[in-house]
Unconditional design. Sequence first.
Length: 216
Amino acid sequence: MAKTMARWWKGEERKRLTLSYFFSFPDIINDAEARTHALFCWTLLILILIMNFFEKSVVLMGLYVCYGFVARACCGSRIDPQAHVILFLVIPFRDWLNSKLNSKAHRRQVWFPNSFRAGTPKRVAQVTGAIISIIGVTLLLLSQNATAPPGVAITGYVFLGMIIFASTLQWAADICLACVVVYYCVDHRICSDAYCQAINMEKVGVAFADAANNQC
């Protein structure tokens, strides 16, 4: 799980740490964490577009968004500060708050509920986000140059708008566009047999994780 991988420098994780393991991705993803990531990215990208429109510097925020996508695509939650905030602050606070609310007469669920998904399609989503965000942020940074043509900024808005649209579907409706494409390729045998088998094995793990979560 992502929370275990985030503690890569200590305990059992440190003992089995190799280069290939460090650059691995979780087999199972908690969608509550993925949707929180999407909401964080959505918020940052909206701020970037607004600040760029008013000709404010978006260098640091743009680099942070790009770094986050690249870090999660390469190493999962290991070296992404946003992942650590979500795993060790946001989700535990949600669980604590739910425990307080659920002790009262009316049962409520605060924030996104736990549900589990295969990790490989989520990694494809992070890779896609990394590529598009790097292109979009680069174009916006170039557009702040006085000699840049008007079309550069518009093109940057389009690229970042694509991520905003995908992030909105993820956090608001629990729809992962990249995952839809991956599952379509798996169902129609477009991917290699080994890739399809790996995703099907992850689905088995997801079923066990969902069953364990429902018993809690």
